[in-house]
Design a protein around this ligand. Structure first.
Ligand code: KMH
Ligand code: ZN
Length: 276
């Protein structure tokens, strides 16, 4: 089977140190968490910028500093900034990191409720705009789909020539407002994308490891990290991102699936050019 790409979503925009004291806010904390994840086998680091007090930001200078620091610790890793940012941020604010020298970013492919009164807004025009900016700037999009309708939206835009192959999906399942992450959901989504597309799964909360296991078995890729899940096992907080990645690496080993290095991940995804 193909090698496994592990992405680590080290911090997110919503979780806080009150939820888990290892959630990184400062630049040094982010670099340390990225390093631990990379050392455990992550080839992609999904990052949201935050200020030292934890406030999420899409500020370009802040991203630049975080990226430089992560690269100094993990020279070949793929850094994947978020263009989702935090709930309520506007298009241009969210797009700031795409002006930096990055090779990959998330592209959120539909609107959904996000708990309480929160709505994560990604209109069709937002998606088209984000896709065009990423294409123009040679940034490879990870197509974040929180339910099946988002996949259909991607495929419609792909047919119209507004989202380009290679298509790499991320099924983000278990958001309060999105699709659940049961086995039947996984199979349905996996069978809904083109045969030549690649995919990764990001299970929120309790779905993180069961979905990781399914994806390992079915030839998909896996995202874990404190953005998505705070626990190493039921009732036991994860002491950082490294242990979450390690758990997936062990699962992969038990299925005889090798872990991709960052440059192998670039090859698998079809991202042009090697870093380092
Ligand atoms: N923070 C969420 C509202 C992404 O990174 O592209 C959006 C999110 C998706 O985390
Ligand atoms: Zn994110």
């Amino acid at each position: 089977m193909n090698k496994l790409i592990i992405t680590c979503a080290i911090t997110g925009a919503e979780v806080t140190k009150n939820d888990n004291p290892f959630v990184p806010y400062t630049i040094d904390e982010m670099a340390e968490q990225a390093f631990q994840a990379y050392s455990a086998g992550a080839s992609i680091i999904h990052v949201h910028a935050r200020f030292d007090d934890g406030t999420p930001t899409q500020d370009q200078d802040r991203y630049q500093k975080i990226i430089e620091k992560i690269r100094s610790r993990c020279p070949d890793v793929i850094i994947q900034p978020s263009t989702g940012g935090a709930i309520g941020m506007k298009r241009e604010e969210r797009l700031q990191p795409t002006e930096l020298d990055i090779e990959m970013a998330t592209l959120d492919c539909g609107t959904l409720n996000f708990g309480g009164d929160s709505i994560f807004v990604n209109t069709e025009n937002d998606i088209i705009h984000f896709a065009k900016i990423m294409k123009d700037r040679n940034i490879f999009p990870e197509l974040e789909c929180f339910e099946k309708g988002h996949i259909d939206q991607v495929l419609r835009l792909h047919r119209k020539g507004l989202i380009h192959a290679p298509l790499h999906f991320s099924f983000v399942l278990g958001v309060n407002g999105g699709m659940t992450g049961e086995e039947r959901d996984f199979i349905f989504l996996k069978e809904s994308i083109p045969k030549d597309a690649t995919f990764s799964v990001a299970g929120i909360g309790k779905y993180e490891f069961p979905l990781a296991l399914l994806s390992i078995k079915h030839g998909g890729h896996v995202r874990v990290g404190l953005e998505d899940n705070l626990y190493l096992e039921k009732g036991k907080l994860a002491e950082g991102n490294g242990v979450l990645v390690q758990k997936v690496a062990h699962m992969a080993a038990s299925f005889g699936r090798e872990i991709a290095s960052p440059n192998e991940a670039r090859m698998i995804l079809g991202i042009g050019g090697k870093r380092k």
